[in-house]
Design a protein around this ligand. Sequence first.
Ligand SMILES: [Zn+2]
Length: 418
Amino acid sequence: MRPAPDQEGSWLLVRGRVVTPEGVLSPGWIRITGRRIDAIGPGLPPAGQDPGLDVVDLPGQWLLPGFVDIHVHGGGGTSFTEGTGDDARNAAEFHRRHGSTTLLASLVTAPLSGLEAQAALLAGLADEGVIAGLHLEGPFLSPARRGAQDARHMLAPDPAVFDRLQAAARGHLRILTLAPELPGAIRMVQAAARAGVTVAIGHTDATAEVTSAAIDAGATHATHLFNGMRPPHHREPGAAGALLDRGEVTCEVIADGVHLHDMTIRLAARAAGPGRLVLITDATAAAGMPDGSYRLGSMRVDVAGGVARLAAEPGQAGDTGDAVRAGAIAGSTATMAGVVRHALAAGLPVTEVATAASTTPARVLGIDDRTGALRPGLAADLVVCDADFRLHAVMRQGRWLTGPPGAEVFSPPDGPSR
Ligand SMILES: [Zn+2]
């Protein structure tokens, strides 16, 4: 009997353009049994397939691995940075329906007690598998490159503070973003790396030299490369230069058409080479919502024309007397489906985009043996896009979250290989 669309079942997806780590199978087919990809091949599936399989015909449609977004604060009107467990669930559900079958929840700088409470709340969702863990974007950041974050609560790196937050998160912290020029940063990099947490460089005014020292100490990731960093200069390439220069560093880019020029995206992709670029959304609660006012941690964000910027709020001048920088870009309203489509429009090849949206971020999380590519044995996490890369359907662990795609699911009496 055919499973209901939202049940896991046995599916045979045929005649799509299947983006695998080895290249595009056009056409190709994917067989899914339960929660896993069971087989993949070029052309049409060989005769003799199990007649119990439900065949979905996807002529000319793109099949990509489900996206892995490792930097996202919220979406669909709610966020991970504040609010209840249901708010966080809603944000995760919003992004799953837009193609992110795996998500980290990213927190921003906040008072320590608030961060502990939110980490504890999100740990419950990580236990349930709603999110894959937490990304701590703060509080060890540089006020000079704070972007949309609240400088009043930024701290010098302190392994004891990190331990408190990791304890609150019950071990679910996966990525820690820090500014390597702060006092104690190198010791913090070493301690976090020893604890198995990926150390990312971001919201930093560091020189190339200081950044290189942090990479030597164990930092392996760049938080939204170019954004929240000292701009590169030809005699002082800054953090961005040092991060791109080192082969062991994976580099996030926000390919939303707002945060980076398309040329910058292409240059970063070429400089990083295959397997080092990571597409992220950096989305806030405003993703998927109409223009208006939203929150990012303690900050108010106004969205106009889909661009989120810090609002001026008189009560939020920092302790140092500097006013909140109204007008700074404050996170995004992007979805992974949107940044993937934008990266393709900017000229990146589809196989590189799939690697950057899924395979490499899965490797950063250490879960590339479970998800992040269309490969037999991995979770049946995938998205279906039309010929213009508009998202049509999402499957997570063998269940369609949206779709199945196309007008109907059908089981031709003679099987698909007539
Ligand atoms: Zn962020």
